[in-house]
Design a binder for this molecule. Sequence first.
Ligand SMILES: *Cc1c(COP(=O)(O)O)cnc(C)c1O
Length: 390
Amino acid sequence: MSAPAEAAPARVPVMIPWLGEEEAQAAADAVLSGWVAQGPRVAAFEAAFAERVGAGHGIAVSSCTTALHLALVALDLGPGDEVIVPSLSFIATANAVRYVGAQPVFADVEPDTGNLTVATVDAVRTGRTKAVLVVHQGGVPADVHTLRDRCADWGLALVEDAACAIGSTIGGKSVGQGALLAAWSFHPRKVVTTGEGGMITTDDAARAERLRRLREHGMNASAAQRHASSTPVLESYLEVGFNYRMTDIQAAVGLVQLGKLDAMVARRRVLAARYDELLRDVPGLSPVRDPAYGQGNFQSYWVLLAEDFPVGRDALLAVLSDAGISARRGIMAAHLEPAYRGHPHGPLPVTERISRDSLILPLFHTMTEEQQDRVVAALSGAARPSVAGG
Ligand SMILES: *Cc1c(COP(=O)(O)O)cnc(C)c1O
């Protein structure tokens, strides 16, 4: 152990949300308005968000996890049905399938994007497959145009887990445009945050109406509609629903965040390009990059370690941590977690390789070049232990 250096530089976080006075004021205004549950600000956020992604309707909910659950309920999926999902995803993707009693079937991913493809989906498709839940992992757009066509041929519903992908594009258009159902997250680890929160987008008006009911106990008239009416509205409960509502305080913050989205994505892409440039000289590291058909928001800037990298991924995380840098293991693989022990699956070699040998580097709106240089220096030292004097 070395003695603590004088004025050691502050730790570099892996991610911090870009929140400021404007969000604080918007939240305060919502509180002072006296309407704090789902109300006018949620409606405004839904409209602004749907417009931003080019979808007909937005239905705000409490998280992306609940958005995924409702999307699968709205497709009437249940016991006996199989839904193809990547194992290489945050565990909520697979769990949502379990919530409706259906069976998640893990498909492998392609090495470059970490996403499902037509080929990996086709490899695990059976007569019981009803839907595919594709993830735009870490903000890297999946090739959904190709997948949508094939799923249509196969008679399968394609749901998009766009938790990480606000601001990512395919052919210049927002991810989610043209999606049957897309689910979004506003958790602080994502680019746009409301603390907790989620959204479903769709072009289907009837399905949007059902989703609005499902998030509010299956009621045929929302609290906001009843409040706005001058005559008593007697609600009824059309099916078993949930309380998955977003609050107006969260939506107020979301509206401000949405206004900053272009600036946030632009900044992340500048920092990602600078990482690319600096890491070119570090042997054994392959950074994630844009696919040919689209552009990511670099919500997660991950690097894959070569099989012969001098230290393993977890040791590298420790090296970074000792240098005052918070990185994270790469995207998890659900099938390796205790919650899925014994769950049947085929071979998932790419999933296991990426999940074992990748890490997510710090990247946040206010990151300085000096902070980025520190990250690169630590990685460089680990990649060339002899040069570093080890
Ligand atoms: C973060 C994330 C979720 C869950 O989002 P919450 O809003 O925290 O529920 C789901 N899927 C993916 C791919 C995610 O990254």
